[in-house]
Design a binder for this molecule. Structure first.
Ligand code: C2E
Ligand code: CA
Ligand code: CA
Ligand code: CA
Length: 277
């Protein structure tokens, strides 16, 4: 047993070493890829379940690594957050998303684009000015932009985050609480943040068809959002049954593979064009 343990330890040490070697290598490559503007931004529609039309799109960053192929955001976003690369990454996504949105708004004047903000960005007092510059650059009003935030991000320093959030709102940007239901103190924070939209986490949405308790959680979240005057979005809608249930609950928008996968800008433009009656 002792021998097995030692072997096990060595295996784990090796796995760990490989893990951190990969992280280090990825970090260097990510730095270069950001500088070389090699990251792509894909867009996933947010759809009004009543009309079937897109009310907005969410920008999701994509990284195709020359050797490793596709690296998922859940792997490289934390790396970027730990290494000071999140600010340039956010700038890149923001500017790309606003530029693309400005183009789509010529045919769809009310379309919004949502950008995900990480914890670090929310504590950056320079962010509002950066957002203002990016909007001015493409001539978009603040209301064209939705910023998706997570409560855990805000909780690290509420006062500082609130200053940034209020400044963003003064620009006209809308704030959306992402992954609702997964954070801690969700309720307490929701009432204290100046937000416009709530996104119910896909773990509840995916489970609602099979479990009545998850369906009850979703129903309660929709009602709570509406009581607070928020627009409620359900993410992770993967089938027609779930879509119908969410429409019945009065969800304001739905998002998920059943409605549309995240896609490159040109594909999204074609997708939008097909929607026009
Ligand atoms: P998120 O903001 O909660 O984004 C939703 C994730 O769910 C996306 O994964 C999306 O592709 C995926 N998704 C959409 N519809 C479905 C569905 O029907 N079923 C399932 N199973 N998944 C669905 P993705 O693109 O891999 O992004 C993962 C996370 O990485 C995002 O979660 C967000 O937290 C972060 N992220 C992505 N892009 C950015 C970015 O530009 N900046 C920052 N700071 N974070 C980002
Ligand atoms: Ca999001
Ligand atoms: Ca989410
Ligand atoms: Ca998430």
């Amino acid at each position: 047993a002792a021998k097995r343990e030692r072997t096990g330890l060595r295996v784990w040490d090796a796995v760990d070493a490989v893990g951190s070697t990969r992280r280090l290598a990825l970090l260097g490559d990510l730095r270069r890829s950001i500088a070389a503007d090699e990251l792509a931004v894909h867009y996933q529609p947010k759809v009004d379940p009543g009309t079937g039309r897109a009310t907005g799109v969410e920008a999701l960053v994509r990284w195709h690594h020359p050797e490793h192929g596709r690296v998922v955001p859940d792997e490289f976003i934390p790396l970027a957050e730990q290494s000071g690369l999140i600010a340039p990454l956010t700038t890149l996504v923001l500017r790309t998303a606003l530029r693309d949105c400005a183009r789509w708004r010529r045919c769809r004047p009310d379309l919004t684009v949502a950008v995900n903000l990480s914890a670090r960005s929310l504590l950056d007092p320079g962010l509002p000015e950066q957002v203002a510059d990016a909007l001015a650059e493409v001539g978009l009003p603040g209301r064209a932009l939705v910023l998706e935030i997570t409560e855990t991000a805000v909780m690290t320093d509420l006062d500082r985050a609130l200053r940034v959030l209020h400044a963003l709102r003064r620009l006209g940007a809308q704030l959306s609480v992402d992954d609702f239901g997964t954070g801690q103190s969700s309720l307490a924070y929701l009432t204290r943040l100046p937000v416009d939209e709530m996104k119910i986490d896909r773990s509840f949405v995916a489970a609602m068809a099979a479990s009545s308790s998850d369906a009850a959680v979703v129903r309660t979240a929709v009602d709570l959002g509406h009581v607070l005057g928020l627009s409620v979005v359900a993410e992770g809608v993967e089938d027609a049954g779930t879509l119908e249930a969410l429409a019945d609950l009065g969800c304001d928008a739905v998002q998920g593979y059943h409605l549309g996968r995240p896609m490159p800008a040109e594909e999204l433009a074609a997708w939008l064009a097909r929607q026009v009656p």
